[in-house]
Design a protein around this ligand. Structure first.
Ligand code: SF4
Length: 309
């Protein structure tokens, strides 16, 4: 079977010469979009983006140690990525930010990934990360949520930022030598297939380094959860999700590394998740359809080349 898209596991193997595992870290911070009166993005649950973390009262070093012991036993691994995962990991005082990053550095950490939102990254943080990258020979990746390029949908789901803030964040990260992984939700209510294509084109044009695709899962105690229970939410079908992911990949620059084609959420917290189908079955379906039709990531990536007369 030919490789149909630029898989993250292949990238890690090539980049670090062996399998590398992410170690999640949960800080006790929050997100400017959930602070005070803000209710957050309509899909955001109480965990703020991840369900696999330890107690944030545990310090960074101990969280890493605990997760490292667990993963090393399971996979016999030697190299790791420190992954600041929940909420907005740049929304804190600069001194706490620096201390958290320093605490995550050790000989077996090859990269630091930091989840955040585009309107919450300062130039001081970026300059500091650039110094860390050079001094410790680490890869630094900002995981920035965009979700969709459709700014009207961003507004409707209460993202609290538009497309311009994302473009600005990517440009500033790039100018400080920091890589970017972008999170995209395929099929948000109000998003059309053209928005899926445009989002793929925008991340390609901006030379984003990595991408994570997700289906919209509906968590309990969220605004989308309320709308779902009131039958006011239009969700796309599994077939449409698969069709859109394939189109997204076909328009995506072949240089972009694809971290995932679909996410997952724990059943006990969800009202709706991946059409009650396991994520790997959906991933297999995507790959099979690409195989059957001889589709590849980037086979429609011709739109940035100036047309000749
Ligand atoms: S930016 Fe992230 S953490 Fe903040 S409300 Fe939105 S999904 Fe939640």
């Amino acid at each position: 079977m030919k490789i149909r898209y630029n898989k993250y596991s292949d990238y890690l193997l090539k980049r670090y010469g062996e399998k590398v595992y992410k170690l999640p870290i949960k800080l006790s911070g929050t997100c400017p979009n959930r602070d005070e009166e803000n209710i957050g993005c309509h899909f955001c649950g109480e965990e703020g983006g991840s369900f696999e973390n330890l107690d944030p009262a545990m310090d960074v070093k101990n969280q890493l140690k605990t997760n490292k012991e667990y993963i090393s036993k399971k996979y016999n691994s030697n190299k790791f990525i420190a992954y600041f995962q929940n909420y907005t990991n740049t929304y804190m005082s600069f001194s706490i930010f620096k201390e958290s990053i320093y605490s995550s550095i050790s000989d077996d950490i090859v990269a630091i990934y930091i989840s955040t939102r585009p309107d919450c990254i300062t130039n001081d943080q970026l300059a500091f990360l650039n110094r860390i990258k050079l001094e410790y020979d680490l890869d630094i990746v900002m995981e920035i949520g965009l979700q969709t390029s459709n700014y009207k949908v961003l507004n409707r789901i209460n993202r609290g930022h538009g497309l311009a803030e994302f473009i600005d964040a990517v440009n500033r990260c790039k100018s400080h030598g920091i890589d970017i992984c972008t999170h995209v939700l395929i099929g948000l209510p109000g998003d059309e297939i053209l928005d899926t294509i445009e989002t793929s084109k925008i991340v390609s044009a901006l030379k984003v380094d990595q991408i994570k695709l997700h289906a919209l899962y509906i968590l309990k105690n969220t605004e989308f959860g309320k709308q779902y229970l009131d039958h006011k939410l239009d969700l796309i079908s599994k077939e449409e999700y698969i069709e859109r992911v394939i189109l997204f990949l076909r328009y995506l620059s072949p240089e972009v590394v694809v971290q995932r084609l679909i996410g997952r959420s724990p059943l006990e917290d969800s009202l709706f998740s991946n059409w009650s189908t396991s994520w790997w079955k959906i991933q297999d379906e995507i790959i099979n359809i690409m195989e059957l039709n001889n589709f590849y990531q980037g086979d429609l990536f011709d739109y940035l080349v100036p047309k000749e007369v």
